[in-house]
Design a protein around this ligand. Structure first.
Ligand code: PMP
Length: 378
């Protein structure tokens, strides 16, 4: 089996699986309980919080666990509005954000907020200058993703947020860093982000856990209220097994960023070189590009058909993002893909364990697909 769909989800690492098991079988107390079992569970959460804080160069008090990046993104948007949304009504974001950013922003738009949705420029990035053009006294939030999940295009987040904060430090800055976390270095001391969303299952942990970094002193109003867990910011009994697993995976993978990056770059170059020999097959590359996420057009062949052809040979890729569920991607449209490219593009996303032999097998099978499948007629 060859798995090239790591931007959808990754295989949990052994340490994460062992941590889930241990927390479920041996340390299953409620972290809010005052007895020993509760304290033990609380200690597991604290360890995880410290590990994740360290990976972002943050303080542990700045890390809030959530059920995943969808919740982190919803919280960032809605908490901003709950806190300062009476006075400030403008939100600046990009058209290529994940739906878990776009949908809560749309909800606010329906309630009277004004939304500016920027397009990437010809280099594939949101330009800081373009963001600055739309900043005014009414601006509540600027939310721009770190790396696009469908194309791998990287945004200059610190450039954008520094410019925003220089214009008005009261504007909240948020980045969805799901696809960049543990692939690119993220240092909260230099990023100028007030909020950062991350997700466990993109970094070798189980699904259903994530975190939101919130800069100290921001005093945001919570989005999920109830029993007052997570210092009152995110109510709900913490999922100790998932949070512990998240911490274990981050501890394992935060030490090898540059080695893994170089490997992903080698795999990407191999893919690029191999497909050059095939007629009408090409990678979409952007000036600033994360080599883990690769968008590959196989002209004249429907992406879904190609995906299933590869699946039958136990090679797993994606058509667009898993969240788009086969529908034509608005994100790729926003990146300027043509109508025919929208129909015939697959995403190849790497992880630390993929090999050059696997890339060769993929290209060999794409070649076979081109011989056996019927071309799309236009
Ligand atoms: N943002 C981005 C960029 C993503 O790729 C994803 C996952 N597809 C999410 C947010 C949502 O993360 P989760 O599955 O943890 O809710």
């Amino acid at each position: 089996m060859i798995y090239f769909d790591n931007s959808s989800t990754t295989k949990p690492c052994e340490r994460a699986v062992a941590a889930v098991n241990k927390a479920l079988c041996e340390m299953w107390g409620n972290p809010s309980s005052l007895h020993n079992m509760g304290l033990e569970a609380e200690r597991l959460i604290k360890d995880s919080r410290e590990t994740i804080a360290k990976a972002l160069n943050a303080d542990e008090k700045e890390i809030f666990f959530t059920s995943g990046a969808t919740e982190s993104n919803n919280t960032a948007v809605f908490s901003s509005a709950f806190t300062r949304g009476k006075r400030r009504k403008r939100i600046i974001t990009s058209q290529t954000e994940h739906p878990s950013v776009l949908a809560p922003i749309k909800r606010l738009e329906e309630q009277g907020f004004e939304v500016i949705r920027l397009l990437p420029d010809s280099s594939g990035a949101i330009s800081p200058k373009e963001v600055l053009k739309y900043i005014d006294k009414n601006t509540l939030l600027v939310s721009v993703m770190s790396v696009n999940n469908e194309t791998g295009a990287i945004n200059d987040i610190s450039g954008i947020f520094k410019a925003v904060k220089a214009a008005d430090k009261e504007i909240y800055t948020h980045t969805d860093a799901v696809q960049g976390f543990l692939k690119l270095p993220i240092n909260v001391k230099t990023l100028c982000a007030d909020m950062i969303s991350i997700s466990g299952h993109k970094v070798y942990s189980p699904k259903g856990v994530g975190a939101l970094y919130i800069k100290k002193g921001l005093n945001l109003k919570p989005f999920i209220v109830g029993g007052g867990q997570e210092k009152g910011f995110r109510s709900g009994t913490e999922s100790v097994p998932l949070i512990t697993a998240f911490g274990e995976a981050v501890s394992e993978y935060s030490k090898t960023l540059s080695e893994r990056y170089e490997k992903a770059e080698r795999l990407k170059q191999r893919l690029k070189k191999n497909v050059e020999a095939l007629d009408g097959v090409y990678l979409h590359e952007f000036n600033n590009h994360l080599p883990y996420v690769n968008s590959l057009t196989v002209s004249g062949y429907k992406s879904e058909t190609l995906l299933h052809f590869l699946e039958e040979r136990e090679i797993y890729v994606s058509s667009g993002s898993a969240c788009a569920k086969g529908k034509k991607s608005d994100t790729l449209k926003a990146f300027g893909y043509s109508e025919s490219e929208l129909d015939s593009t697959i995403r190849i996303s790497f992880c630390a364990d993929n090999t050059e032999d696997e890339v060769d097998r993929l290209v060999f099978e794409i070649q076979n697909a081109m011989k056996s499948l019927v071309r799309i007629r236009r």
